[in-house]
Design a protein around this ligand. Structure first.
Ligand SMILES: [Mg+2]
Ligand SMILES: [Zn+2]
Length: 217
């Protein structure tokens, strides 16, 4: 069975969550409270993102990129990406963040982002207010970008699913659909799926590469 590697971006490829960094620095409003509604299942990520990014009254691309340019990636992701390319493995980045900053962060770290399959939301700036562009039109969970639907489609196409992630938006697709799950140590995904036989904890992408080579190729 061919494998598809589905990988979250923020907090998984990057060492901190870009969205949270931006919100923390661009608004003093209580955007964290909205995350709790998502965790409790009261609202979907689509509504959450509208509420949270709407809290930023005024910003500029310069201000945004100054923050984005401080974001670091897992130093072992660079060689992981080369390895994926050399072996021609199917690899997708699935993110509830924005494509513009994802490409920028990867380019900042000398990774050719144009060659990557990235599915994410995006954002425009109109009169210094953010306007969101969601990747998903409709889904059952009111997602901004429905990772579940993408992974389910790959599974229907006959791929076995390797899922790499860290956070809340990874729990549903990983728990319901993945064959193997790599979860960043001590984060929500790892905690939530504790005891699941498919779960492997990782600290860096070198470990994931070695484990896939050893057990899955
Ligand atoms: Mg994440
Ligand atoms: Zn969904």
């Amino acid at each position: 069975m061919p494998i598809a590697i589905c990988c979250d971006f923020d907090g998984t490829v990057t060492l901190s969550d870009t969205g949270k960094e931006l919100l923390s620095k661009l608004t003093t409003a209580d955007w964290q409270a909205i995350d709790k509604f998502v965790i409790d299942g009261q609202i979907g990520t689509r509504e959450a993102l509208i509420k949270q990014w709407g809290m930023i009254e005024h910003t500029t691309w310069e201000e945004i990129f100054n923050i984005v340019d401080t974001i670091q990636i897992d130093p072992t992701f660079y060689s992981f990406h080369n390895w994926i390319t050399q072996h021609n493995l199917k690899f997708l980045i699935l993110s509830d963040g924005f494509e513009t900053y994802i490409h920028r962060i990867l380019r900042n770290h000398k990774i050719d982002s144009a060659s990557l399959n990235i599915l994410a939301n995006d954002v425009e700036l109109i009169n210094n207010k953010l306007k969101l562009k969601f990747n998903t039109q409709v889904c059952n969970h009111n997602c901004a970008n429905c990772k579940y639907s993408v992974v389910q489609q790959l599974q229907r196409e006959g791929y076995s699913i390797i899922y790499i992630g860290d956070g809340l938006s990874d729990i549903l697709p990983a728990a319901e659909l993945a064959d193997v799950i790599y979860a960043r140590r001590n984060e929500d995904l790892a905690k939530k799926l504790q005891g699941d036989s498919r779960l492997k904890i990782f600290d860096n992408f070198k470990e994931i590469k070695e484990d896939i080579e050893r057990n899955l190729l």
